[in-house]
Design a protein around this ligand. Structure first.
Ligand code: SF4
Length: 805
């Protein structure tokens, strides 16, 4: 049995292939068990948006390991370090097991009855005194579809509030809106199998090797096989993908849009476009010519800092490869002009006619495992099942499905985004904020401000979580939540693949699933439909899924042909799945017909520079009736530029071994040992100029705060500093390594996604380190593997041994 240490060997051994057909990626089942399981329970990994199919090994009511599902279309058996180790967090000793209520300034143990009564009494009183807009829900990208859909009914039909958003606002709001702006509705056009056959990859602001390790393994197996695709990477850091690229473009922070405009200018000027496709299937090309015309090579190079020769080389690959897969992630979404930039990547595919074909698609990638479900279910600022909140027919149809009066639904205004919700809470307009499965005290920008908001006396802060996070510590009521492996529900990943994650073990103590918590709340609030029957008709996950099927029927994200039975049997099914596509549909838009017709589209669109929303009558005048939108955009320079006081640009991001604010991964010994503390990556020239050596403790300061970490000299661009955002202080009270202490309260005008990728900062040496270089945030070097907990037998291999279903 070949053994593998997934901490040191993140991507595992290569299984190269020639890319003969979509899905031709060889299987490689990964396994890690600490004891021999007596039962395997079908599930999916929930530690990034890749969505790798796995089975949970159970023995004596405990999780004892996981194995990748070789037959799963997403991962073909592979699991990365978070997937192989992350499940250990379920058994951490500090799980919340009973509700907590703040009394006399302290959180004390309580009962479900007391906690729910407090929330329900306050909800009723607030609704009566201040109206439905006084209550807000800030949810997650890590719950299950059934929970989001139930939340949609609770919040929008029960309370009737428009203040419902997810932490998906921080990760995939731009993915959603850029797809809507170009193609009419949300949802990935293509399939992960497109990676298997494509001729070229364009990876924009997406450190796939760290954030989606199994997807990167899929790319590596093409790169190391015969007929490898060309690789173009855009990133200011010399990430693993950047080092593997044929062309690496490292633009200055805040210049993504000029870079894309310059590349598009080259493609158009050289005539590498598909004029027939543009004519037949798009509208707006002339606008793109106008906005890219001012970006010839010399100007693009001068503004972005990318050498002209590299721009030319990249444009040639992007313009001439017969097929192309592009991916965007936070380097685009969390930076300046996020939507405008993401749309330009869509434009590249539209002007080349490279969409809806094997090997030709664009992934506006998700960050979180169930971000797609948050968006589908309408609890992230979109309306349910990709309906248009501004379309009276869509509102009436939702009211029909939910059997409520249309006026019940909060459609007099656009759904509120998270940043505005926190502003409303700060101003006293929102007086009850229910936070589910997310940790804004660490993950939202300008952390000190968020802490003050959460602690406001006038605000009842309710937190449902599995641990006493930095947010939960500031709450008035804390509800202990069951998590992955302790409840059943569906998840949809970044290529529209739906998995059923089944309950494997009981949650600890009195913890409950978010679904059960919401159902209890709805019952106590006595939410009714227009006929006086209970608003919510289900009492378990499968019932919620059946309700969702009815709601999604006929919409682009149609689940009506799925069932728990089908998902158990098939393991993974893509939407839409209905009478027309009973097996699911692998690619959308093969026929060049997009969801842009007025009666279908999810919004009426925006000016992608200013964010101004178009009115229905404006959309009617330009109704493309199924053609995709090509939207150009002019550059707006960053509002905060480095100066004498703050001479460097800060960019934040993730490392391989941690997930979000480490609530799970920080409790897994091997993952925590691999990345135990915040690092501050600097270019060698900047480090030398500041008198900073490897491993020194440095302070990073912005106009908003300070955060500390250990210096790591890396291949980052000069003038740019990188910090991971994972590190709050739950495990080390008083530690000041929260990168979001430095970030800006500001957001993209269209997607409302906050800026995390640029802030002006200065860096100063605080003290000497211990002389060692901090670990590589991407991969612990072989032979320097992280330590493991003592006394545990571990098998970490490619093949199941002695396992049984
Ligand atoms: S790539 Fe993502 S989904 Fe797959 S095992 Fe790793 S963390 Fe889990």
């Amino acid at each position: 049995m070949e053994s593998r240490d997934s901490i040191a060997d993140v991507w595992g051994p290569r299984t190269p292939h020639a890319g003969s057909e979509p899905g031709s990626w060889p299987a490689r089942p990964d396994l890690r068990v600490l004891e021999e399981p007596t039962e395997w329970v079908q599930s999916v990994c929930l530690l990034c948006s890749t969505g790798c199919g796995l089975d949970i090994g159970v023995r004596d009511g405990r999780m004892v390991g996981v194995r990748g599902r070789a037959e799963d279309r997403v991962n073909h058996g592979r699991l990365g370090p978070k997937g192989l180790h992350g499940w250990e967090a379920n058994a951490s000793a500090d799980r919340l097991t009973v509700p907590l209520i703040r009394k006399g300034g302290k959180l004390v143990e309580s009962t479900w009855d007391e906690a729910m009564a407090l929330i329900v009494d306050r909800s009723k009183a607030l609704k009566e005194e201040y109206g439905r807009g006084s209550i807000g829900f800030y949810n997650s990208g890590q719950l299950f579809l059934e929970e989001y859909y139930t939340l949609a009914l609770v919040a929008e039909a029960g309370i009737g509030t428009s203040h419902v958003d997810g932490n998906t606002r921080l990760c995939t709001a731009t993915a959603a809106i850029s797809l809507i702006e170009s193609f009419g509705t949300d949802g990935a056009p293509g399939s992960y199998t497109d990676f298997d056959v494509t001729d070229a990859l364009f990876v924009v602001g997406h450190n796939m090797a760290s954030t989606q390790t199994v997807l990167w393994a899929r790319v590596l197996d093409r790169l190391e096989g015969p007929n490898p695709p060309k690789l173009v990477v855009v990133d200011p850091r010399a990430t693993v993908p950047a080092r593997r690229a044929d062309v690496h473009l490292a633009p200055r922070p805040g210049t993504n849009l000029p870079l894309m405009n310059g590349l598009l200018h080259q493609v158009i000027e050289k005539g590498w476009i598909d004029s027939d496709y543009i004519e037949a299937h798009t509208t707006g090309f002339a606008d793109l010519v106008r906005t890219t015309d001012p970006w010839p090579l010399e100007r693009t190079s001068a503004v972005t800092g990318v050498p002209a020769s590299r721009l030319e080389a990249a444009a040639e690959i992007l313009g001439t490869s017969p097929t192309l897969v592009s991916t965007c992630l936070q380097g685009v979404y969390q930076s300046l002009q996020a939507t405008a930039t993401a749309v330009q990547v869509n434009n590249l595919h539209l002007i080349r006619g490279l969409i809806g074909k094997p090997g030709a698609t664009v992934f506006q990638m998700n960050g979180q495992p169930t971000a797609q479900n948050t968006r589908e279910c309408g609890v992230n600022g979109e309306f349910v099942a990709f309906r248009n909140w501004n379309n009276a027919d869509h509102v009436a149809d939702t009211a029909r499905v939910w059997n409520v009066e249309p006026s019940t639904l909060p459609t007099w205004t656009p759904p509120t985004d998270a940043m505005t919700m926190f502003r409303y809470a700060e101003a006293g307009a929102i007086r009850l904020l229910w936070i589910m499965g997310t940790n804004p005290a660490v993950s939202l920008p300008e952390a000190a401000r968020i802490h003050k908001i959460l602690e406001r006396d006038e605000l009842l802060t309710v937190v449902s979580d599995a641990w006493l996070t930095e947010t939960a510590r500031r709450a008035d009521v804390v509800l202990p939540a069951a998590i992955w492996g302790e409840k059943t529900g569906c998840t949809t990943n970044a290529d529209r693949t739906v998995h059923l994650s089944q309950k494997a073990i009981e949650p600890p103590g009195k913890a409950r699933s978010d679904l059960d918590i919401l159902l209890d709340y709805a019952r106590r609030m006595d939410f009714r439909d227009k006929d006086g029957a209970p608003l919510i008709k289900w009492s378990d996950p499968e019932g919620a899924f059946e309700g969702w099927k009815a709601c999604s029927k006929g919409r682009p994200c149609d689940y009506s042909g799925m069932s728990y039975e089908l998902l158990r049997a098939r393991g993974a099914v893509q939407w839409p799945c209905n009478d027309q596509y009973p097996e699911g549909r692998e690619r959308q838009y093969e026929d060049g017909v997009f969801n842009t017709a007025m009666e279908t589209c999810e919004t009426y669109g925006h000016d992608i520079v200013t964010g101004a929303a178009y009115e229905p009558n404006e959309y009617a005048a330009m109704d493309p009736k199924g053609k995709a939108f090509i939207k150009g955009a002019e550059w707006v320079p960053p509002p905060e530029q480095p100066d004498d006081d703050y001479p460097l640009f800060l960019t934040t991001g993730r490392v391989t071994y941690h997930w979000h604010t480490r609530t799970k991964t920080g409790r897994v010994p091997a993952l925590q040992a691999a990345a135990p503390e915040a690092i501050v990556e600097l270019h060698a020239d900047d480090a030398a100029a500041l008198g900073i050596s490897e491993g020194d403790v440095v302070a990073v300061r912005s106009r908003r705060g300070e955060a500390r970490g250990r210096a790591r000299v890396s291949g980052i661009e000069p003038g740019v500093v990188f910090m991971p955002f994972h590190y709050g202080d739950w495990d080390e009270p008083g530690r000041d390594s929260t990168a979001n202490s430095l970030t800006i309260t500001g957001w993209d005008p269209v997607s409302k996604q906050p800026y995390f990728k640029y802030a002006a900062v200065r860096v100063q040496r605080v003290s000497s380190g211990d002389g060692t270089r901090p670990p590589d945030p991407t991969q612990i070097q072989a032979g320097v593997s992280a330590s493991r907990p003592r006394g545990r037998r571990e098998r970490d291999s490619r093949e199941p041994a002695g396992s049984r279903r």
